[in-house]
Design a protein around this ligand. Structure first.
Ligand SMILES: Cc1cc2nc3c(=O)[nH]c(=O)nc-3n(C[C@H](O)[C@H](O)[C@H](O)COP(=O)(O)OP(=O)(O)OC[C@H]3O[C@@H](n4cnc5c(N)ncnc54)[C@H](O)[C@@H]3O)c2cc1C
Length: 426
């Protein structure tokens, strides 16, 4: 395979040159420095890092990862439950089901081999009223269809023997669910990607692109130079990169970025929705009240305010579902979301949590953190699958878009990466 000297030099130049964005019209690309590249991954979240690693290790590609933030994993990848999901919730043969089951297996193996902190602590999904029992049965059926190992339905009293603080009528035990230190996981994948020649260019933003005679042209700017942008005028790139392959792993910004690709078939870009999920931590406890992950029956837009334990023994409750109204392309492109966790949400959390943990004490919840789900369905709509689009769908050669990579995206990351490399090998 042809080796590209690539953009390292140019991107370093880019990082040291602070230019202000200027307005320009189509046809003015000539004055902009251009560089060829082999493969570009947009976004250094867990998915982008896993994809870059797989491209470099399995495909021998020269990979450049372009990340708008000053370091990796600062987006949704560091604002989640850090749960290794089993693969129970998703329709049979959906990408979510396939990638979650496969991704989980790959992740456990990887974590063991690379000594990434993780624990397969198991999870109980609980029905707390008679009306929830058919929904729990449905989850059991789905999980079995998806190939989730070891699922077992149990009566409430049996679940209470495992977890004395738990109150429920029935529970579904998933022994293969677990927790992981997602930062260590990303750091390890990233190290391997770098060892195989991948270059990570931080504080660098892909502001758009166009379809040129030589393939896809990516418009790239130093992130700092976008801070003073008036949000209206057209941005002028500092560099145009012409890669043979681009994988858009921009998470919350992925759809807005699609719209900034001139020549893309706009009709193929799904409508974005966003839903915030807040977490509260349990304070003033010496020992965690639970040994397993405890999940209620899923709700519209999420899988319910659950109990998550992290590897330091801290207990977290969340995430709830707060649909975000009026998020436009600019706010998602620049990740201008509100990540605060208002203290007054605690009351609503308490009443949800007490359905399965009745002895939760008043005043024991402290605001934690929030994450935003990049969704492709809105309130009341049926859940959607992950979307992976290639040229045959959107019309731009060399571009692969990963859209709607919400939960279980962390668990699925290595399987998504495998899928991309397998598709390219065909
Ligand atoms: C509340 C919550 C709880 C969750 N819990 C779990 C869980 O327990 N288990 C699980 O498996 N999954 C979970 N998920 C899902 C999981 O966190 C995500 O699917 C996963 O982190 C997505 O990773 P990503 O790399 O696609 O996106 P991100 O982590 O968001 O990474 C995208 C990156 O792209 C960068 N970027 C964006 N635009 C540009 C641009 N134009 N140029 C350059 N860079 C750009 C961003 O800065 C960011 O670093 C949860 C999600 C949420 C919101």
């Amino acid at each position: 395979m042809m080796k590209y000297s690539v953009s390292a030099k140019i991107l370093r130049t880019l990082a040291s040159s602070c230019r202000n964005p200027r307005s320009f019209s189509t046809g003015q690309y000539d004055s902009i420095p251009k560089e060829k590249a082999d493969a570009v991954v947009i976004g250094a979240g867990v998915v982008g890092i896993a994809v870059a690693r797989a491209l470099a290790m399995r495909h021998g590609r020269d990979v450049v990862v372009i990340e708008s933030a000053p370091t990796f994993g600062t987006g949704t990848s560091s604002r989640n439950s850090e749960v290794i999901h089993a693969g129970i919730y998703y329709p049979r043969n959906s990408l979510k089901a396939l990638f979650c089951v496969r991704g989980r297996q790959l992740m456990y193996k990887y974590c063991k081999e690379h000594e990434i902190p993780h624990r397969q602590i198991g999870k109980l999904i609980v029905a707390t009223s008679p009306s929830e029992i058919p929904k729990l049965n449905l989850l059991m059926t789905r999980g079995v269809e998806n190939g989730v190992e070891g699922l077992r339905m149990m009566e409430g009293h049996e679940a209470a023997r495992m977890e004395p603080e738990l109150q429920c009528m029935k529970a579904l035990l998933s022994p293969v669910s677990g927790i992981v230190d997602s930062h260590s996981f990303m750091l390890s994948l990233l190290g391997e990607a770098e060892t195989h020649g991948t270059i990570f260019s931080y504080s660098t933003t892909v502001i758009g692109g166009h379809r040129g005679d030589d393939g896809i042209n990516l418009h790239i700017s130093e992130s700092k130079s976008l801070q003073n942008w008036d949000k209206k005028s057209r941005l002028k790139p500092d560099l145009i990169l012409t890669p043979r392959l681009v994988v858009n792993c921009a998470g919350l910004g992925a759809l807005a970025l699609c719209k900034r690709m001139q020549g893309i078939n706009e009709g193929t870009i799904p409508r974005p929705y966003f839903a915030r999920g807040c977490y509260f931590t349990l304070s003033n406890v010496k020992t965690p009240p639970f040994q397993h992950l405890i999940y209620p029956i899923p709700e519209d837009g999420g899988i319910g305010i659950h109990v998550t334990l992290d590897l330091n023994g801290q207990v977290k409750f969340g995430p709830n579902v707060e649909w975000i109204n009026g998020a436009d392309d600019v706010s998602s492109f620049f990740n201008l979301f509100d990540y605060s966790v208002p203290r007054d949400r605690a009351n609503r959390f308490c009443s949800e949590i007490r359905r399965y943990y009745p002895s939760l004490k008043d005043g024991s919840l402290e605001p934690g953190y929030a994450g935003i789900r990049p969704k492709l369905c809105g309130p009341g709509q049926s859940p959607t699958d992950f979307v992976i689009q290639g040229e045959e769908i959107h019309g731009i050669p060399g571009l692969i878009n990963l859209l709607g990579i919400e939960s279980p995206g962390l668990t699925s990351s290595m399987a998504i990466a495998d899928h991309i490399t397998a598709t390219l090998s065909k």
